[in-house]
Design a protein around this ligand. Structure first.
Ligand code: ATP
Length: 217
């Protein structure tokens, strides 16, 4: 054990940030003894349409959402770069900044994990960080839901002991139960577009920001 608490990394489009993201970060921070969770909003995503809000607006919504949590931090490196922002490159940068010994832990919802084998240079991710996968309603983490390549990697790396994340800087996979919240940014955007209120699916400060800036109409 090297005694360093892992740094959690939660990437996402956050278009907008909602309570599904925030509970994931809060519950994994506790389960895994994370030193902090870095929220890293993406730049222009490579795998989907352009977000409804601009990168500065998505950054601001995350800032508003996490401002009262001392163990959450906003990291604007991807959103301010203008490039797509590949996770493998972000992790390599963090590894360089924080040193070889610091455990890093990428936090993913089950849907994101099931698509991992399509990510740019995905095989390198485990050489840079651990991965903790949180349950998400509608997505099963059973092995038969995974592509063959992902299943092989998952079986080799799966651990059930959060302490393992402190024992090594990278390379383990953990599946973590969290309070299931069936909330998605897509459905929040659709509700707003249809003139329905999204309140109580995301922090009030973010709802107010969306209204003030007339987003997702
Ligand atoms: P969209 O609907 O626009 O695709 P989203 O709600 O899935 O967005 P993202 O910003 O794409 O949100 O997600 C960032 C990360 O948070 C991903 O790893 C995703 O799996 C996870 N996540 C998002 N919502 C939830 C949720 N309700 N429960 C668990 N994990 C979630």
């Amino acid at each position: 054990m090297n005694g360093l608490f892992p740094l959690g990394i939660l990437g996402g489009t956050f278009d907008p940030i909602h309570f599904g993201h925030l509970r994931l970060a809060e519950e994994l921070a506790q389960q895994l003894d994370l030193a902090e969770v870095r929220f890293i909003p993406s730049g222009r995503p490579w795998h989907r349409d352009a977000p409804g809000a601009t990168p500065p607006q998505r950054l601001e919504m995350v800032r508003l959402a996490i401002s009262s949590s001392p163990h959450f931090r906003l990291d604007g490196r991807e959103a301010s770069s203008g490039a797509p922002g590949y996770t493998v490159e972000t992790l390599a940068n963090l590894r360089q900044e924080l040193g070889a010994d610091q455990p890093l832990c990428l936090l993913l919802g089950a849907d994101a994990f099931l698509g991992l084998a399509t990510w740019h240079r995905w095989h390198e991710l485990f050489g840079l960080a651990h991965i903790a996968v949180a349950q998400r309603p509608g997505f099963s983490l059973l092995a038969e839901q995974m592509d063959d390549v992902l299943r092989v990697e998952a079986e080799a790396r799966m651990s059930s002991d959060p302490q393992q994340l402190q024992a090594t800087p990278c390379g383990k996979l953990l599946a973590c139960p969290i309070t299931p919240l069936d909330i998605s940014a897509t459905r929040i955007r659709s509700a707003i577009k249809a003139g329905r209120s999204p309140r109580y699916l995301l922090p009030d400060a973010v709802v107010d920001y969306i209204q003030t800036h007339n987003l997702y109409r």
